[in-house]
Design a binder for this molecule. Structure first.
Ligand SMILES: Nc1nc2c(ncn2[C@@H]2O[C@H](COP(=O)(O)OP(=O)(O)OP(=O)(O)O)[C@@H](O)[C@H]2O)c(=O)[nH]1
Ligand SMILES: [Mg+2]
Length: 471
């Protein structure tokens, strides 16, 4: 244990040194983490950002592109051989097909390297030739960050907490009945362990669908290639008196520890700890549409996720990061093309308020943070319509369900975000003054001119914040 931890930190030390050396004298690398809860828009964001960095006609807000200093942008083999490659070509193919469609849901971590050849600006402009900067983009599910909380818990503590928390949830009734029926001191019976894990996973899925974000272990929901393995075959139990070796309790406890050391820790050590810049994508409009409870759950889920970016609060994480910090964090409300631009400032203000709890406690440790509303792929056009003598700022697009064109007015967001977030926190069960709709639009067919990437809203400003200072 001690030896492997030691070996771990030595090899990280060497790697860190390697990074600095190649960073200073050779080719700098920025690792950009892209995360968010399920369906928040990660895949579309990365795909459109890549396409727009390669064809920069729609990126005036990215200074180096505006100044014409980016000479070339090209995909390269990624540095990590064991991480799946982000399937850029298929995702872009889906979005730019003759009948475009949204890419499929992705369920695990993936990575892509884009290299940019950039001419320096300012004093150096005349002195040195172009240099190459590598942008390594890492797409990972926000749910994995929630597992960080497990690292400092014992199986008994976690079990206790979970069973108390879910006691009153109807989604958990089957699982709770099952737990009551097992004898945790009895010798482990593998089919029984599997039944427990399966039933608990069913509960987690139902809880997530009901809008709860406190669904740990995160990998139970997104198992990837670990599906069915012992590290995912455990579940919270009621603590018995003096469980013997080889009892169900002891074996579950062992697997819980294995999950921490072999699933959670490697993610934070090998991936999370190497991120320089981070974007957290948030489907705030979707939550607003689903009502106050969904907004409150989103706020609480975000606060938990953001805990991972305040390493001071978690001893295990502090150790793994060894002083390294994420330098910039962008909180972006996605799918802003559902809203006329006259309401974008309000959406940004809501975003800022949603993450305020986390950002206010100034221990983001020097990271620069920003909130923004954006659309990675603009699927609508704006339109102002007369309605009962009033002008309504609408958006028009192709409806996903029917394939028909429609103009749509999503409702007016309040100027003061506290109106929404306060109501959500106070447990309101519906919005008082307004109804918010969200329609699902299909991506619009594109005819791109040479040098132009897919249409977006503020993706260039997002890129400027995330990497502009390094170009
Ligand atoms: N109108 C609009 N819809 C978007 C945009 N980005 C994402 N969406 C919608 O959101 C859905 C989810 O987007 P993805 O990029 O697949 O989200 P994800 O976070 O990768 O989802 P998972 O891989 O399932 O976790 C898409 O299928 C679209 O319906 C956008 O810029 N505009
Ligand atoms: Mg995805």
């Amino acid at each position: 244990m001690v030896i492997s931890a030691l070996a771990d930190s030595i090899s990280r030390g060497v790697e860190a040194l390697g990074d600095t050396v190649s960073g200073a004298f050779f080719e700098p690398v920025i690792r950009l983490g892209v995360t968010g809860l399920a369906r928040s828009g990660k895949t579309v964001f990365i795909t459109s950002l890549m396409a727009n960095l390669m064809d920069r006609g729609r990126m005036p807000g990215l200074l180096a592109a505006q100044e014409g200093r980016i000479e070339a942008a090209f995909l390269q083999p990624q540095p990590d051989d064991t991480v799946p490659r982000f399937d850029y070509e298929s995702h872009l193919g889906a979005l730019t097909a003759a009948t475009p469609h949204w890419p499929d849901s992705t369920r695990a971590i993936s990575e892509l390297r884009l290299s940019l050849r950039v001419r320096p600006s300012g004093l150096l402009a005349g002195l040195s030739g172009p240099r190459t900067l590598h942008l390594d983009i890492v797409d990972y599910p926000g749910e994995w960050l929630l597992d960080l909380g497990l690292m400092e818990k014992s199986f008994a503590g976690w079990s206790d907490e979970v069973l108390t928390r879910i006691a009153a949830r109807p989604e958990a009734s089957d699982y709770l009945a099952l737990v009551r029926s097992v004898d945790a001191t009895a010798k482990l019976d593998e089919p029984q362990a599997q039944a427990l894990a399966r039933s608990y996973t069913d509960y987690l899925n139902a809880a997530r669908d009901a809008g709860f974000y406190d669904c740990t272990p995160g990998r139970f929901l997104l198992p990837g290639d670990l599906a069915g393995s012992p590290v995912l075959t455990f579940a919270p139990l009621a603590r018995p008196e003096g469980p013997a070796r080889r009892s169900l309790w002891r074996e579950m406890e062992r697997r819980f520890e294995a999950y921490k050391s072999q699933v959670v820790k490697p993610f934070f050590r090998d991936h999370f700890s190497r991120i320089d810049r981070q974007v957290v994508l948030i489907d705030a409009l979707g939550a607003i549409h689903n009502g106050p409870q969904a907004v409150e759950d989103l706020r609480a889920g975000l606060a938990d996720i953001l805990g991972a970016f305040r390493p001071g609060r978690n001893a295990v994480l502090s150790r793994l990061l060894m002083g390294k910090r994420v330098e910039r964090i962008l909180f972006a409300a996605t799918k802003a093309d559902h809203l006329h631009h006259s309401q974008h400032d309000r959406l940004t203000a809501i975003m800022r308020a949603l993450v305020r709890e986390a950002t206010d406690r100034a221990d983001f440790a020097g990271a620069e943070t920003r909130a923004m509303a954006l659309a990675s792929l603009r699927a609508t056009v704006e339109e102002t319509r007369d309605h009962d003598g009033r002008k309504l700022d609408c958006v028009r697009g192709t409806l996903l369900e029917s394939g028909k064109q429609a103009a749509f007015y999503p409702g007016e967001l309040p100027a003061d975000p506290a109106r929404l977030i306060g109501a959500a926190r106070d447990g309101a069960d519906r919005w008082l003054d307004s109804d918010y709709g969200v329609m699902r639009f299909a991506p619009a067919p594109l005819t791109l001119k040479p040098g132009e990437g897919p249409p977006h809203i503020r993706l260039d400003r997002a890129a400027q914040f995330l990497l502009g200072d390094k170009l």
